[in-house]
Design a protein around this ligand. Structure first.
Ligand SMILES: Cc1ncc(COP(=O)(O)O)c(C=O)c1O
Length: 365
């Protein structure tokens, strides 16, 4: 890593920008809250790494009681294994000899699970594991209505049986992610859609059990549906990700976990009384789930981002903001924003306490 002007002990107002900050008190409270809530329902969280891609945060989630970590890519799993994480679900299909050879290597260092939805993939996974003398735990991926990956519930048994009979593979359960339900605006509508989606996952579990196989794991859910999933008997673990630091989008969707993630920026220009420009743009904050939110400036709002500039409108031109002053934004989407940064700065109040490498950033292979 290159030399960093921001070091533990430095005050927020003295930090070099743009800088991705996490409020440690708020993040730690989010972690504890999710864990306690699910424990109270007899369930466990398997936090999704895609949100923060930061091994140090994954370790905190495990310390607080998470059953393991989920992620989407082999490279992400590699960064988790390097950090000593022992129980990893790659909640995604891993296809191709090269990637499967890497999986086999990782499987020697951690209890590793992957999702499957295709008999040809089961064959190549089995071949790869057998050649390497390794074992892989496997979940059958069910399409619960998001229409991304996943088999229909009626097809789960045949695939589960193929896995159970395949050398090098161990069938352990089913998973289904109801991404289409996470931010449905009305709570009743979200509940109804989630229950419908997860009834497909439970249907798959029942068909597989009726076929004579044990279903140890039923995995699914996200931040926006975790409280609904927690009341559905039969789900064993929740793959929530965003709850740990949150973003503007999930807050607008009614989730009251704390917004712990912000981007700190510096005002570089005030060309007119009503317009302020800060030094962060699309290369430091994403807009795929809508614009970030400017906080702490009365009557100020972010109207536009270009690559390296944030354009802020002030409804009150007497507000004092001049070049060199700091402004702060809550990202529109935490997961894609964290993926833009090399490090995240852990703040205790107004002081930098710890600098963490976002080791999984850009690791999408
Ligand atoms: C497979 C899978 N599980 C869980 C999640 C949950 O993420 P979040 O809690 O951020 O909604 C996602 C998000 O994309 C996902 O793709």
């Amino acid at each position: 890593m290159s030399v960093d002007a921001n070091f533990p002990g430095i005050a927020k107002q003295d930090m070099d920008t743009p800088a991705l900050l996490v409020d440690l008190d708020l993040m730690e409270a989010n972690i504890t809250r999710m864990d306690r809530f699910l424990a109270g329902k007899g369930m466990r969280v398997r936090p999704h790494y895609k949100t923060h891609k930061t091994p140090a945060i994954a370790l905190k989630q495990l310390d607080a009681g998470a059953i393991g970590i989920s992620c989407a890519k082999v490279e992400e799993a590699e960064t988790l294994v390097s950090a000593g994480v022992k129980d990893i679900l790659i909640a995604n299909e891993i296809v191709g000899r090269k990637k499967i050879a890497r999986l086999a290597g990782l499987a020697r260092h951690a209890s590793l699970m992957v999702a499957v939805d295709d008999p040809r993939n089961v064959e190549e996974l089995s071949q790869g594991m057998s050649e390497a003398g390794a074992w892989l735990r496997v979940l059958v991926d069910i399409n619960v209505g998001m229409n991304r990956c996943g088999v229909e519930p009626e097809d789960a048994l045949a695939l589960a049986q193929q896995v159970a009979n395949a050398p090098g593979l161990m069938f352990v359960g089913v998973m289904g992610y109801e991404g289409h339900c996470q931010t449905i605006k009305g709570m009743e509508e979200r509940q109804e859609a989630t229950r419908q989606a997860m009834s497909r996952l439970l249907q798959a579990r029942e068909l597989v059990q009726a076929g004579g196989l044990d279903v140890e794991i039923v995995s699914g859910g996200g931040t926006g549906t975790h409280a609904i999933d927690a009341d559905i008997h039969g789900i064993t673990e929740i793959q929530a990700g965003s709850y740990v630091v949150m973003d503007r989008d999930y807050r607008d969707a009614g989730m009251d976990y704390a917004n712990a993630l912000t981007v700190l920026a510096t005002v570089i220009s005030r060309p007119t009384p009503g317009r302020v420009i800060a030094d962060v743009g699309l290369k430091g904050m994403t807009t795929d789930h809508g614009l970030p939110e400017l906080i702490g400036v009365l009557g100020g709002s972010l109207t536009r981002l270009s690559e390296e500039h944030a354009i802020i409108d002030l409804s009150d031109p007497t507000v004092e903001l001049k070049p060199g002053d700091r402004v702060e934004f809550v990202p529109g989407h935490c997961c894609t924003t964290m993926n833009l940064h090399d490090r995240v700065y852990g703040m205790r109040g107004e002081r930098l306490e710890v600098v963490w490498s976002i080791a999984g950033r850009g690791k999408f292979r």
